[in-house]
Design a binder for this molecule. Structure first.
Ligand code: NDP
Ligand code: 1BO
Length: 322
């Protein structure tokens, strides 16, 4: 669904409506690699910059910090029901009997009694304590249908309001749609002008699944430096915006919610000043035509072992992509 300004409990928030009827704010704060700064960043984002959407994950190791930030924001007067909090089921919990306890841990860390959105982080299962890169035997068979069934129960019990997936291919999503009783509301994928990921975006739109673009600035260490990409810089200069704002806005204009991460108050605020203006069509098209399309976060370190199955290369991980 197109972006709209929804009034959520009296506050006007630029958001998208999910299949479930709930709304997801268009811009959220990413928290991967935020470390001990996560608490301050979340507080600054919510209280000083007006964010109402925070993205985290058990695997980021910052849920406790994020929870402190949220608690402080609530103490400062923001209501919990005005916030949209996402977390993710890590691959070591990717078996039906572990879903509930993983969610309970996440809620405890975040000091919350429900999540707005719980996502499958990766569609692969890892042994507890798997190394990086994985050793032989670290990547296990997974029961997607069983895991999704447990995620659905969390919705029925009001422990989470919406469920969804990350890092799925269209084939995996299609398979999930074949057995899902509750549709995934959100598919979170890497998306930025250096990796548009057009096909899955189109697929999700056709199926009414909202897409959240992760790593919208090209990610951090080892990522793609889109901030200094000439096309991005030129359009930023022309529109009198920062490159970060252009990248966030590009994602929003494609109909995706966007979750830029920063631990710096000035950037957190800058990344939110993306309302009330548009990237003109010709500039939007230029940003959508940047060559050298390449995924930054391909899962290699997490799941690939070139000497032992099931995934011997990155291509194996994404082999059902088209
Ligand atoms: P981003 O694309 O958000 O880029 C973050 C980097 O950009 C950091 O180095 C940050 O530095 C810098 N930065 C932030 N704002 C600006 C700005 N205005 N100008 C210049 N530099 C800036 O990377 P992430 O990979 O962190 O993705 C965002 C979020 O998406 C994650 O934090 C996480 O929540 C989620 N995610 C989900 C994944 C999944 O598998 N589902 C995968 C990857 C990410 P600094 O902090 O120093 O400001
Ligand atoms: C290890 C997790 C990648 C970012 O979501």
């Amino acid at each position: 669904m197109a972006q709209a300004t929804f009034t959520l409990y009296g506050e006007k928030i630029e958001s998208f409506r999910l299949l479930s009827g709930h709304i997801i704010p268009a811009v959220g704060l990413g928290t991967w690699r935020s470390g001990s700064q996560a608490s301050n960043s979340v507080f600054t984002a919510i209280v000083e910059a007006g964010y109402r959407h925070v993205d985290t994950a058990a695997e980021y190791g910052v849920e406790g910090e994020v929870g402190h930030g949220i608690k402080a924001a609530i103490h400062a007067g923001v209501e919990r029901r005005h916030l949209f909090v996402t977390s993710k089921l890590w691959s070591s919990g990717f078996s039906p009997e572990r879903v509930r306890s993983a969610l309970k841990n996440t809620l405890q860390e975040l000091q919350l009694d429900y999540l707005d959105l719980y996502l499958i982080h990766w569609p692969f299962r890892l042994k507890e304590g798997a190394s990086r890169p994985p050793k032989a035997g670290d990547v296990l068979d997974c029961d997607m249908e069983g895991v999704w069934g447990e995620m659905e129960k969390l919705v029925e019990e009001n422990l989470v309001r919406d469920i969804g997936v990350c890092n799925f291919t269209m084939k995996k999503l299609n398979k999930l749609l074949g057995f899902a009783q509750t549709m995934p509301s959100v598919c979170q994928m890497e998306m930025h002008p250096g990796w548009r990921n057009d096909k899955i975006l189109e697929f999700c739109k056709m199926n009414g699944i909202h897409v959240t673009a992760n790593s919208p600035l090209g990610s951090s260490e080892g990522g793609r430096d889109l901030i200094h990409e000439p096309t991005v810089e030129a359009i930023a200069t022309k529109l009198n915006k920062s490159p970060g704002q252009i990248l966030v806005k590009w994602g929003m204009q494609r109909g995706t919610s966007v979750i830029p991460k920063s631990i710096h108050p000035d950037r957190i605020k800058e990344n939110m000043r993306v309302f009330g203006w548009e990237i003109p069509e010709e500039d939007f098209q230029a940003l959508s035509s940047i060559p050298q399309q390449k995924r930054v976060l391909d899962g290699e370190e997490l799941f690939v072992n070139k000497d032992a199955g099931p995934f011997r290369s990155v291509a194996d991980l994404w082999d059902d992509e088209d």
